[in-house]
Design a protein around this ligand. Structure first.
Ligand SMILES: *[C@@H]1O[C@H](CO)[C@@H](O)[C@H](O)[C@H]1NC(C)=O
Ligand SMILES: *[C@@H]1O[C@H](CO)[C@@H](O)[C@H](O)[C@H]1NC(C)=O
Ligand SMILES: *[C@@H]1O[C@H](CO)[C@@H](O)[C@H](O)[C@H]1NC(C)=O
Ligand SMILES: *[C@@H]1O[C@H](CO)[C@@H](O)[C@H](O)[C@H]1NC(C)=O
Length: 432
């Protein structure tokens, strides 16, 4: 009984702050923590959803179409709703299907409800599931600390099935899609609070952060990230999802890489692979948080690896047998450590113009596989790779990447380590 006054005051504060939040507080930005799962190298976040609120751990999927969760198991909520077929909500989702469910009604099993296709983009498995609406609570931010919790009463998501969780990080119950779509989370967050259709991601090997809405982006010790390079976001006219309806565009974020350099020299390969084929949607370069390492089509990968191995040899770095899944590994013996990682040949992704360059230093190119062996953290995507270059998790870490959906622009910082901060350094102590 000794603890009941604490519980009482906690509940009181909770109700006080949520009702206050709803009546008079409109956030300029929101945030989510994004944590790397060490055993799968996936990135996870937590969406507080339902009534009563449940912290739903989900895989952070940069290019995913929408949020989806397992509704088959343990989905309990008094505020769950399923929109009627042909309603405004259904048309926002782009749904053309209308479902009937021959089991007792429950979340995920309603009649006269539109359907969508929850997609496990890690394994490439998709199924049909109903469109659903429920309450979500999320922290606002001023860019320096988390602030008050705000509520979105009617967040649209998809109901997946338990089997669809296979291959996802332990403890997760779905995926949070940040892709370019009406019901992608960045667009829904922006329309809930009328802020800019913009978000930024700062992944780390520990707990990083995603911001939605307006900056600033400030990391300890008080460093505001302002100097970003900008390149257009490209639209792939053909969906890159595991399953989709004809005519659907890709919700993933493509950029126009025009050249890949190792130690300041261009790597030779067939440049057509860097273009998106408008008929098939094949080719091009996209960003992904479900691929832990950058994936390259085989001919690009082989040329790139050879260029790196040669440049490393010129620096007297000793090559050692490869460790799977990597194609080139080295002894750390002759390799210096620097503020931006091991001193290895530098890698550059040249974008739409020769002076807009994504620079990749040792911290973002090398993986330590044992105490004295490091490997080039890029992998072979095969000869039939749908997308030629997929910039993956390791290459995105400690790099602030901002997606502006209204102006179709990607801005990026390149490594924050050079600024003496990193993505773990967001101050998660609430100032509310
Ligand atoms: C949906 O309708 C079918 C046929 O009318 C009925 O058998 C079924 O029980 C209903 N399901 C739900 C979830 O209401
Ligand atoms: C370059 O790649 C494109 C797209 O895969 C292919 O159609 C073309 O034949 C290739 N060109 C050469 C010279 O290999
Ligand atoms: C590499 O080693 C050779 C022979 O020991 C030496 O002449 C050369 O200067 C070294 N190069 C670098 C970049 O350290
Ligand atoms: C983090 O933010 C809190 C709340 O504003 C503040 O009290 C604390 O000093 C900050 N931490 C550091 C290391 O600056």
């Amino acid at each position: 009984m000794a603890s009941s006054p604490t519980i009482f005051s906690f509940l009181f504060l909770f109700f006080f702050s949520t009702s206050f939040a709803q009546s008079s507080f409109r956030p300029k930005a929101l945030l989510l923590p994004v944590t790397k799962d060490k055993s799968t190298n996936q990135y996870t976040t937590v969406i507080n959803q339902r009534t009563p609120l449940v912290p739903a751990s989900v895989v952070f999927d940069l290019g995913g179409r929408n949020l989806w969760v397992d509704c088959d198991k343990d989905y309990v909520s008094t505020t769950y709703r399923s929109p009627r077929c042909n309603s405004v909500v259904c048309s926002r989702t782009g749904s053309t299907g209308c479902g009937t469910c021959f089991s007792p009604p429950r979340p995920g099993c309603s009649n006269n409800t539109c359907s969508l296709i929850p997609d496990n983009t890690v394994t490439g498995t998709a199924t049909s599931g109903e469109v659903a609406i429920d309450v979500v609570s999320i922290q606002s931010t001023n860019g320096v600390n988390p602030g008050r919790v705000v509520k979105i009463p009617n967040l649209i998501f998809g109901c997946g099935a338990t089997f669809l969780l296979k291959g996802l990080a332990r403890g997760t119950v779905g995926m949070a899609g940040m892709g370019r779509h009406n019901i992608g989370l960045p667009t829904q967050f922006a329309s809930a609070f009328s802020f800019n259709r913009k978000f930024a991601v700062c992944l780390s090997s520990g707990r990083g952060v995603a911001f939605f809405g307006n900056g600033p982006y400030v990391f300890l010790p008080g460093i505001q990230i302002t100097r970003l390079q900008t390149t257009p976001l490209l639209i792939n006219p053909v969906s890159t999802a595991s399953a989709y309806s004809q005519g659907e565009k890709s919700t993933e974020y493509f950029i126009g890489v025009t050249d890949i350099k190792v130690a300041d020299k261009s790597v030779k390969f067939n440049r057509t692979l860097l273009k998106i084929d408008a008929t098939t949607g094949a080719g091009g370069t996209k960003l992904s948080t479900v691929d832990p390492y950058t994936v390259m089509e085989t001919t690009i990968f082989n040329a790139f690896r050879l260029a790196f191995v040669r440049a490393a040899a010129a620096m007297n770095i000793t090559r050692v047998p490869s460790v799977k899944p990597f194609g080139a590994c080295f002894s750390t013996k002759n390799v210096f450590g620097t503020r931006v990682g091991y001193a290895v040949p530098n890698i550059q992704l040249v974008l739409h113009s020769n002076d807009v360059v994504w620079r990749i230093n040792g911290a973002n190119s090398m993986v330590s596989v044992s105490r004295d062996i490091i490997c080039l953290g890029f992998v072979d995507g095969g000869v039939n790779a749908r997308t030629s270059v997929v910039i993956g998790g390791l290459q995105l870490e400690d790099n602030l990447v901002e997606f502006d959906l209204a102006s179709n622009r990607l801005s990026f910082s390149s490594t924050l380590l050079g600024l003496r901060t990193n993505c773990v350094n967001f101050n998660f102590t609430s100032s509310a």
